[in-house]
Ligand binder design. Structure first.
Ligand code: MG
Length: 156
């Protein structure tokens, strides 16, 4: 089965951006209730979507103080457990991050490793792509960052 997830966060002045579980030094940060990791939030939605378990807000509501400044890796770990309980294992994950700057090329490998570990699959089954918005729209103006994630899951 296939799942798809999307997330966007507003960018504000700061000193680092957490993407795919990796802290990227930057003069911007994501405005969020948790650590604002759009990649892991989109991944959670993709995993939940693949097995018909709703969305990230159903499981980790941003009105719940438990999740204030939460490390989003926790959301992925919890979601992976739900997936296993439902009888599924992750086959592969494909990520696209859209961000004007900073450049992410040097961080993609580390993101792959983090995501693979969180989802209990080899790093070769995870693909991370980064692109810009060609200066167009909210991403192009540096106002936001977004991520799209597709995953396939299969019965254990
Ligand atoms: Mg989010």
């Amino acid at each position: 089965m296939v799942g798809f997830g999307f997330d966007v966060h507003k960018l504000i002045p700061g000193n680092s951006l957490t993407l795919g579980g990796v802290v990227v030094p930057s003069d911007i940060t994501a405005l969020a209730h948790s650590d604002g990791d759009v990649v892991l939030h989109a991944l959670v939605d993709a995993l939940l979507g693949s097995v018909g378990l709703g969305d990230i807000g159903d499981h980790f509501p941003d009105t719940d103080s438990t999740w204030k400044d939460a490390d989003s890796q926790l959301f992925v770990r919890e979601t992976h457990l739900l997936l296993v309980e439902a009888g599924f294992t992750v086959t592969n994950i494909d990520v696209t991050i859209i961000l004007e700057k900073p450049k992410l090329a040097q961080y993609k490998g580390e993101m792959k490793n983090v995501i693979a570990e969180l989802c209990h699959i080899p790093a070769e089954r995870v693909n991370v792509k980064a692109t810009t918005s060609e200066l167009l729209g909210y991403v192009g103006r540096g106002e936001g960052v977004c991520a799209h994630v597709v995953c396939q899951v299969d019965l254990i």
